[in-house]
Design a protein around this ligand. Sequence first.
Ligand SMILES: [Fe+2]
Length: 325
Amino acid sequence: MNGGEAEALAAGLVNDGYVAVVLDRLAKQASGVIGTERSSIFVRDLDDPRKTILAASNGTGDELVGSRVPERAERLHSAVDAAVTFRWDGAVRGALSVRSTVASRRFTPRELDFLTTLGAIVGAAVRHAHARHEPVPDAPGRLGDFAEMLSERDPYTAEHSDGIVATACTTARALGASTAELLELRLAAPLHDLGKIRVPSSILAKPGPLTARDRLVIDRHPVWGAELLACVPGLEVVAGIVRFHHERWDGTGYPDGLSGARIPLASRIIAACDAYHAMTSDRPYRRAMSAEQAISELRANAGSQFDPQVVAELEKAVDRWALIV
Ligand SMILES: [Fe+2]
Protein backbone atom coordinates (compact mmCIF):
# COMPACT_ATOMS: atom_id res chain seq x y z
CA MET A 1 0.00 0.00 0.00
CA ASN A 2 1.40 3.40 -0.91
CA GLY A 3 1.06 6.61 1.11
CA GLY A 4 -1.95 7.78 -0.97
CA GLU A 5 -3.92 4.60 -0.39
CA ALA A 6 -3.11 4.73 3.33
CA GLU A 7 -4.38 8.32 3.46
CA ALA A 8 -7.61 7.35 1.65
CA LEU A 9 -8.26 4.51 4.10
CA ALA A 10 -7.55 6.74 7.08
CA ALA A 11 -9.85 9.43 5.66
CA GLY A 12 -12.65 6.82 5.67
CA LEU A 13 -11.97 6.03 9.29
CA VAL A 14 -12.31 9.61 10.49
CA ASN A 15 -15.76 10.06 8.95
CA ASP A 16 -18.79 10.35 11.21
CA GLY A 17 -19.42 7.21 13.17
CA TYR A 18 -15.86 6.03 13.29
CA VAL A 19 -15.67 6.53 17.04
CA ALA A 20 -18.42 3.98 17.74
CA VAL A 21 -16.76 1.46 15.44
CA VAL A 22 -13.33 2.01 16.99
CA LEU A 23 -14.61 1.68 20.57
CA ASP A 24 -16.53 -1.48 19.64
CA ARG A 25 -13.39 -2.96 18.08
CA LEU A 26 -11.29 -1.93 21.12
CA ALA A 27 -13.76 -3.67 23.46
CA LYS A 28 -13.39 -6.86 21.38
CA GLN A 29 -9.60 -6.48 21.35
CA ALA A 30 -9.59 -6.14 25.16
CA SER A 31 -11.68 -9.32 25.61
CA GLY A 32 -9.40 -11.21 23.23
CA VAL A 33 -6.09 -10.06 24.71
CA ILE A 34 -7.10 -10.53 28.35
CA GLY A 35 -9.14 -13.66 27.67
CA THR A 36 -12.55 -12.71 29.06
CA GLU A 37 -16.05 -13.21 27.75
CA ARG A 38 -17.06 -9.63 28.52
CA SER A 39 -15.60 -6.15 28.31
CA SER A 40 -17.07 -2.66 28.56
CA ILE A 41 -15.92 0.88 27.87
CA PHE A 42 -17.51 3.55 30.05
CA VAL A 43 -17.14 7.29 29.49
CA ARG A 44 -18.14 10.25 31.61
CA ASP A 45 -21.05 12.23 30.17
CA LEU A 46 -19.62 15.53 28.93
CA ASP A 47 -22.84 17.40 29.83
CA ASP A 48 -23.13 15.87 33.28
CA PRO A 49 -19.83 14.39 34.56
CA ARG A 50 -21.70 12.74 37.45
CA LYS A 51 -23.21 10.34 34.92
CA THR A 52 -21.55 7.55 33.03
CA ILE A 53 -22.35 6.28 29.53
CA LEU A 54 -21.74 2.75 28.30
CA ALA A 55 -19.85 3.60 25.09
CA ALA A 56 -19.08 0.07 23.89
CA SER A 57 -19.31 -3.48 25.10
CA ASN A 58 -18.44 -6.99 24.06
CA GLY A 59 -20.50 -9.94 25.28
CA THR A 60 -23.03 -7.91 27.28
CA GLY A 61 -25.67 -7.02 24.67
CA ASP A 62 -25.55 -4.13 22.22
CA GLU A 63 -28.92 -2.72 23.32
CA LEU A 64 -27.38 -0.95 26.31
CA VAL A 65 -24.61 0.75 24.33
CA GLY A 66 -25.07 4.50 24.23
CA SER A 67 -27.29 4.58 27.30
CA ARG A 68 -26.55 6.23 30.59
CA VAL A 69 -25.49 3.81 33.26
CA PRO A 70 -27.84 4.22 36.23
CA GLU A 71 -26.45 4.39 39.73
CA ARG A 72 -27.42 0.79 40.46
CA ALA A 73 -25.53 -0.42 37.39
CA GLU A 74 -22.54 1.72 38.37
CA ARG A 75 -22.46 -0.21 41.63
CA LEU A 76 -22.52 -3.42 39.59
CA HIS A 77 -19.72 -1.99 37.47
CA SER A 78 -17.69 -1.45 40.61
CA ALA A 79 -17.91 -5.22 41.24
CA VAL A 80 -16.43 -6.26 37.86
CA ASP A 81 -13.39 -8.46 37.94
CA ALA A 82 -10.92 -5.90 36.65
CA ALA A 83 -11.07 -2.30 35.47
CA VAL A 84 -8.71 0.52 34.66
CA THR A 85 -9.62 4.20 34.43
CA PHE A 86 -8.26 6.74 31.99
CA ARG A 87 -7.95 10.43 32.70
CA TRP A 88 -6.75 13.69 31.29
CA ASP A 89 -6.58 17.28 32.58
CA GLY A 90 -6.64 15.83 36.09
CA ALA A 91 -10.08 14.18 35.80
CA VAL A 92 -11.23 10.59 35.33
CA ARG A 93 -12.87 10.46 31.88
CA GLY A 94 -13.85 6.82 31.68
CA ALA A 95 -12.89 3.22 32.26
CA LEU A 96 -12.21 -0.06 30.50
CA SER A 97 -13.47 -3.09 32.37
CA VAL A 98 -13.31 -6.81 31.71
CA ARG A 99 -15.38 -9.52 33.31
CA SER A 100 -15.19 -13.28 33.23
CA THR A 101 -18.22 -15.54 33.62
CA VAL A 102 -15.95 -18.19 35.14
CA ALA A 103 -16.32 -17.83 38.91
CA SER A 104 -12.83 -19.12 39.66
CA ARG A 105 -11.14 -16.77 37.18
CA ARG A 106 -8.37 -14.69 38.69
CA PHE A 107 -6.36 -12.11 36.80
CA THR A 108 -2.59 -12.39 36.84
CA PRO A 109 -0.36 -9.32 37.29
CA ARG A 110 0.64 -9.71 33.63
CA GLU A 111 -3.03 -9.67 32.52
CA LEU A 112 -3.59 -6.54 34.60
CA ASP A 113 -0.61 -5.01 32.79
CA PHE A 114 -2.32 -5.83 29.45
CA LEU A 115 -5.45 -4.12 30.79
CA THR A 116 -3.44 -1.00 31.66
CA THR A 117 -1.88 -0.94 28.19
CA LEU A 118 -5.23 -1.31 26.44
CA GLY A 119 -6.85 1.19 28.84
CA ALA A 120 -4.33 3.80 27.68
CA ILE A 121 -5.23 3.08 24.04
CA VAL A 122 -8.98 3.28 24.81
CA GLY A 123 -8.36 6.54 26.68
CA ALA A 124 -6.61 7.94 23.60
CA ALA A 125 -9.61 6.99 21.43
CA VAL A 126 -12.09 8.64 23.82
CA ARG A 127 -9.94 11.74 24.06
CA HIS A 128 -9.82 11.97 20.26
CA ALA A 129 -13.62 11.67 20.19
CA HIS A 130 -14.02 14.46 22.75
CA ALA A 131 -11.65 16.67 20.76
CA ARG A 132 -13.81 16.58 17.63
CA HIS A 133 -15.15 20.07 18.37
CA GLU A 134 -11.59 21.38 18.40
CA PRO A 135 -9.42 21.83 15.32
CA VAL A 136 -9.05 18.32 13.89
CA PRO A 137 -5.45 17.23 13.40
CA ASP A 138 -4.50 16.14 9.91
CA ALA A 139 -4.84 12.42 10.62
CA PRO A 140 -4.66 11.10 7.02
CA GLY A 141 -1.69 13.36 6.31
CA ARG A 142 0.07 12.08 9.41
CA LEU A 143 -0.47 8.49 8.29
CA GLY A 144 1.08 9.29 4.91
CA ASP A 145 3.97 10.99 6.73
CA PHE A 146 4.48 7.87 8.82
CA ALA A 147 4.66 5.69 5.68
CA GLU A 148 7.20 8.06 4.14
CA MET A 149 9.33 8.28 7.29
CA LEU A 150 9.39 4.49 7.60
CA SER A 151 10.32 4.14 3.94
CA GLU A 152 13.30 6.49 4.42
CA ARG A 153 14.47 4.79 7.60
CA ASP A 154 13.84 1.17 6.61
CA PRO A 155 13.63 0.82 2.79
CA TYR A 156 13.25 -3.00 3.05
CA THR A 157 9.85 -2.64 4.79
CA ALA A 158 8.56 -0.22 2.15
CA GLU A 159 9.78 -2.40 -0.74
CA HIS A 160 7.97 -5.46 0.61
CA SER A 161 4.90 -3.66 1.91
CA ASP A 162 2.59 -4.57 -1.02
CA GLY A 163 3.60 -8.24 -0.89
CA ILE A 164 3.06 -8.46 2.87
CA VAL A 165 -0.36 -6.75 2.61
CA ALA A 166 -1.48 -9.09 -0.23
CA THR A 167 -0.33 -12.27 1.53
CA ALA A 168 -1.73 -11.14 4.89
CA CYS A 169 -5.17 -10.23 3.48
CA THR A 170 -5.46 -13.52 1.55
CA THR A 171 -4.56 -15.45 4.70
CA ALA A 172 -6.98 -13.41 6.82
CA ARG A 173 -9.88 -13.97 4.38
CA ALA A 174 -9.24 -17.73 4.44
CA LEU A 175 -9.40 -17.60 8.25
CA GLY A 176 -12.80 -15.88 8.12
CA ALA A 177 -11.71 -12.37 9.11
CA SER A 178 -14.51 -9.80 9.21
CA THR A 179 -14.54 -6.64 7.08
CA ALA A 180 -13.40 -4.58 10.06
CA GLU A 181 -10.53 -7.00 10.76
CA LEU A 182 -9.45 -6.86 7.11
CA LEU A 183 -9.41 -3.06 7.13
CA GLU A 184 -7.37 -2.99 10.34
CA LEU A 185 -4.95 -5.54 8.91
CA ARG A 186 -4.60 -3.54 5.70
CA LEU A 187 -3.61 -0.48 7.72
CA ALA A 188 -1.38 -2.31 10.21
CA ALA A 189 0.56 -4.53 7.78
CA PRO A 190 2.54 -1.80 5.97
CA LEU A 191 3.15 0.15 9.20
CA HIS A 192 3.92 -2.75 11.55
CA ASP A 193 7.57 -1.68 11.86
CA LEU A 194 6.76 2.04 12.19
CA GLY A 195 8.48 2.14 15.59
CA LYS A 196 11.82 1.62 13.83
CA ILE A 197 11.81 5.32 12.99
CA ARG A 198 12.74 5.85 16.65
CA VAL A 199 15.65 3.38 16.48
CA PRO A 200 18.95 5.24 15.90
CA SER A 201 20.44 4.71 12.42
CA SER A 202 23.69 3.63 14.07
CA ILE A 203 21.83 0.52 15.25
CA LEU A 204 19.31 0.01 12.44
CA ALA A 205 21.93 0.15 9.67
CA LYS A 206 24.75 -1.47 11.64
CA PRO A 207 26.79 -3.66 9.30
CA GLY A 208 28.19 -5.93 12.00
CA PRO A 209 26.44 -8.12 14.59
CA LEU A 210 24.13 -6.41 17.08
CA THR A 211 25.07 -6.19 20.75
CA ALA A 212 22.64 -7.18 23.50
CA ARG A 213 22.11 -3.47 24.16
CA ASP A 214 21.33 -2.83 20.46
CA ARG A 215 18.81 -5.68 20.57
CA LEU A 216 17.11 -4.14 23.64
CA VAL A 217 16.62 -0.89 21.71
CA ILE A 218 15.33 -2.60 18.53
CA ASP A 219 12.92 -4.73 20.57
CA ARG A 220 11.16 -1.55 21.70
CA HIS A 221 9.93 -0.88 18.15
CA PRO A 222 6.48 -2.56 18.55
CA VAL A 223 5.79 -0.35 21.60
CA TRP A 224 7.03 2.81 19.88
CA GLY A 225 5.02 2.04 16.73
CA ALA A 226 1.86 1.52 18.80
CA GLU A 227 2.44 4.80 20.66
CA LEU A 228 2.77 6.72 17.39
CA LEU A 229 -0.36 5.14 15.87
CA ALA A 230 -2.46 5.59 19.02
CA CYS A 231 -2.00 9.35 18.54
CA VAL A 232 -3.94 9.21 15.25
CA PRO A 233 -7.75 9.30 15.60
CA GLY A 234 -9.23 6.10 14.16
CA LEU A 235 -6.04 4.05 14.37
CA GLU A 236 -6.22 3.00 18.02
CA VAL A 237 -7.10 -0.65 17.19
CA VAL A 238 -4.31 -0.69 14.60
CA ALA A 239 -1.97 0.47 17.40
CA GLY A 240 -2.83 -2.66 19.40
CA ILE A 241 -2.17 -4.90 16.39
CA VAL A 242 1.24 -3.28 15.83
CA ARG A 243 2.17 -3.59 19.51
CA PHE A 244 1.67 -7.37 19.41
CA HIS A 245 3.30 -8.26 16.06
CA HIS A 246 6.41 -9.79 17.70
CA GLU A 247 4.53 -11.93 20.19
CA ARG A 248 5.00 -15.69 19.75
CA TRP A 249 2.36 -18.42 19.85
CA ASP A 250 4.16 -20.07 22.81
CA GLY A 251 4.25 -16.84 24.85
CA THR A 252 8.01 -16.19 24.64
CA GLY A 253 7.76 -13.17 22.33
CA TYR A 254 7.90 -9.47 23.14
CA PRO A 255 6.97 -6.90 24.40
CA ASP A 256 4.18 -8.45 26.50
CA GLY A 257 4.63 -12.24 26.35
CA LEU A 258 1.06 -12.81 25.09
CA SER A 259 0.38 -16.33 23.86
CA GLY A 260 -1.95 -18.31 21.59
CA ALA A 261 -5.30 -16.85 20.59
CA ARG A 262 -4.82 -13.94 23.03
CA ILE A 263 -2.55 -12.41 20.39
CA PRO A 264 -4.83 -10.48 17.97
CA LEU A 265 -5.35 -12.49 14.77
CA ALA A 266 -4.01 -9.64 12.63
CA SER A 267 -0.78 -9.57 14.68
CA ARG A 268 -0.35 -13.35 14.26
CA ILE A 269 -0.87 -13.05 10.50
CA ILE A 270 1.59 -10.15 10.16
CA ALA A 271 4.22 -12.10 12.14
CA ALA A 272 4.05 -15.10 9.77
CA CYS A 273 3.74 -13.09 6.54
CA ASP A 274 6.60 -10.77 7.48
CA ALA A 275 8.81 -13.78 8.28
CA TYR A 276 7.90 -15.41 4.95
CA HIS A 277 8.74 -12.29 2.93
CA ALA A 278 11.96 -11.70 4.91
CA MET A 279 13.14 -15.26 4.28
CA THR A 280 12.36 -15.10 0.54
CA SER A 281 14.23 -11.78 0.11
CA ASP A 282 17.93 -11.14 -0.37
CA ARG A 283 19.37 -9.41 2.70
CA PRO A 284 22.83 -7.89 3.16
CA TYR A 285 23.89 -10.85 5.32
CA ARG A 286 22.35 -13.78 3.38
CA ARG A 287 20.78 -14.87 0.10
CA ALA A 288 17.04 -15.35 -0.28
CA MET A 289 15.52 -18.77 0.49
CA SER A 290 13.21 -20.45 -1.99
CA ALA A 291 9.46 -20.34 -1.27
CA GLU A 292 9.59 -24.05 -0.40
CA GLN A 293 12.43 -23.54 2.09
CA ALA A 294 10.66 -20.59 3.70
CA ILE A 295 7.39 -22.50 4.08
CA SER A 296 9.27 -25.45 5.52
CA GLU A 297 10.89 -23.08 8.07
CA LEU A 298 7.48 -21.63 9.00
CA ARG A 299 6.07 -25.16 9.41
CA ALA A 300 8.98 -26.11 11.68
CA ASN A 301 8.11 -23.15 13.90
CA ALA A 302 4.31 -23.53 13.81
CA GLY A 303 3.05 -24.08 17.34
CA SER A 304 6.10 -22.41 18.90
CA GLN A 305 6.68 -19.09 17.12
CA PHE A 306 3.68 -19.02 14.77
CA ASP A 307 -0.03 -19.83 14.90
CA PRO A 308 -0.32 -23.25 13.15
CA GLN A 309 -3.61 -22.28 11.45
CA VAL A 310 -2.08 -19.09 10.08
CA VAL A 311 0.90 -21.04 8.71
CA ALA A 312 -1.43 -23.58 7.05
CA GLU A 313 -3.46 -20.86 5.32
CA LEU A 314 -0.39 -18.83 4.38
CA GLU A 315 1.05 -21.94 2.74
CA LYS A 316 -2.14 -22.36 0.68
CA ALA A 317 -2.09 -18.66 -0.26
CA VAL A 318 1.50 -18.94 -1.50
CA ASP A 319 0.71 -22.13 -3.44
CA ARG A 320 -2.46 -20.75 -4.99
CA TRP A 321 -1.25 -17.33 -5.97
CA ALA A 322 2.42 -18.21 -6.41
CA LEU A 323 3.30 -15.20 -4.26
CA ILE A 324 6.99 -15.92 -4.61
CA VAL A 325 9.21 -12.91 -4.24
FE1 LIG B 1 8.84 -5.76 13.67
